[in-house]
Design a protein around this ligand. Structure first.
Ligand code: HEC
Ligand code: HEC
Ligand code: HEC
Ligand code: HEC
Length: 192
């Protein structure tokens, strides 16, 4: 019968049930709350509400300096008027892509709870986070920028020469908005 083992402590049924529940529950709470919200408020309602700046501010205002930088940028005018919300630049317009970002944002809720990003470590973490955004914008050919800056809102003829010259050559050079316009809403990050 081999080596004698230290006897397993005998757990009652409820103790065992609790132990089984505990781990997934800890991870599941933020996701569960999110899913619950979706159910209660109605899918579309939450999609819209969660796209408002207040939702993004709720974490990013205290967690880092992103909101303050945005508020000092040309895309923010005042509390009542913005040229672009956080979501206008960061959440894709197509529905399926929207869901993808929501799920990633749900992971952010978890990171938020475990305090992965703080005002103290934010500057170190920024290059990684900015890199995620740049990659997305290059992959979509800056679709979110083009959603607004198009047609008569992107009229080459009325742009100052320096802008016009750059924009005229953009397609031929295979460039996209984010190749040139980094740091438009937040502190410019330089990565070697
Ligand atoms: C529950 C808290 C929370 C909310 C609400 C939230 N974020 Fe975040 N966000 C985070 C955390 C935490 C990170 C850092 C994730 C990491 O370290 O990978 C993050 C990272 C990001 C990044 C960096 C790139 C990436 O995808 O990780 C962007 C962009 C971003 N958030 C935009 C938004 C926008 C836009 C909204 C509103 C629609 C929003 N966030 C709402 C907590 C939140
Ligand atoms: C929801 C609409 C919207 C979105 C999305 C948007 N913009 Fe803008 N943007 C504006 C408006 C409105 C202005 C102010 C009027 C103007 O200059 O056309 C502006 C101004 C600008 C300016 C001139 C002011 C400055 O910051 O130097 C640049 C450059 C610019 N946007 C680039 C971008 C880029 C790059 C993106 C994508 C990352 C983007 N915009 C996303 C609406 C938008
Ligand atoms: C090759 C680099 C380059 C690319 C790519 C590029 N821009 Fe620009 N853009 C510039 C330069 C340079 C200016 C002039 C800025 C200045 O003088 O400070 C400018 C100016 C602007 C302005 C202000 C125009 C005004 O009337 O003053 C807007 C808005 C803008 N860009 C949006 C965009 C958008 C949207 C895209 C993608 C569709 C884009 N840019 C792609 C280089 C670029
Ligand atoms: C006009 C478009 C625009 C708006 C509005 C905007 N962002 Fe960004 N954001 C960007 C771009 C572009 C980057 C990529 C880094 C860079 O070039 O500054 C970025 C990067 C980030 C990052 C990564 C960290 C960093 O410093 O780069 C976070 C987090 C983020 N944004 C959150 C937000 C939140 C939250 C809001 C609203 C308070 C917001 N953004 C509003 C365009 C925008």
């Amino acid at each position: 019968m081999g080596e004698p083992h230290a006897p397993e402590p005998r757990l009652s049924k409820t103790q065992r049930l609790w132990r089984w529940l505990k781990k997934p529950l800890l991870l599941g709470i933020p996701i569960g709350v999110f899913v619950l919200l979706l159910g209660i408020a109605g899918f579309q309602g939450v999609m819209v509400a969660s796209n408002q700046n207040a939702f993004c501010f709720s974490c990013h205002l205290k967690m880092d300096t992103i909101v303050q930088e945005y508020q000092a940028s040309p895309h923010y005018v005042s509390e009542d008027e913005v040229h672009a919300t956080c979501a206008d630049c960061h959440v894709p317009h197509e529905f399926v892509d929207k869901m993808k970002v929501k799920i990633v944002a749900t992971a952010d809720i978890y990171y938020m709870l475990i305090g992965k990003i703080t005002k103290e470590n934010f500057e170190q973490e920024r290059p990684r986070l900015a890199g995620i955004v740049w990659e997305e914008m290059i992959a979509t050919d800056s679709a979110n920028c083009r959603h607004c800056h198009t047609g008569e809102n992107f009229d080459l003829a009325s742009q100052p020469q320096r802008a016009r010259l750059n924009h005229q050559q953009m397609e031929a050079r295979g460039e996209t908005c984010i190749d040139c316009h980094t740091g438009i809403a937040h502190k410019r990050i330089t990565v070697e």
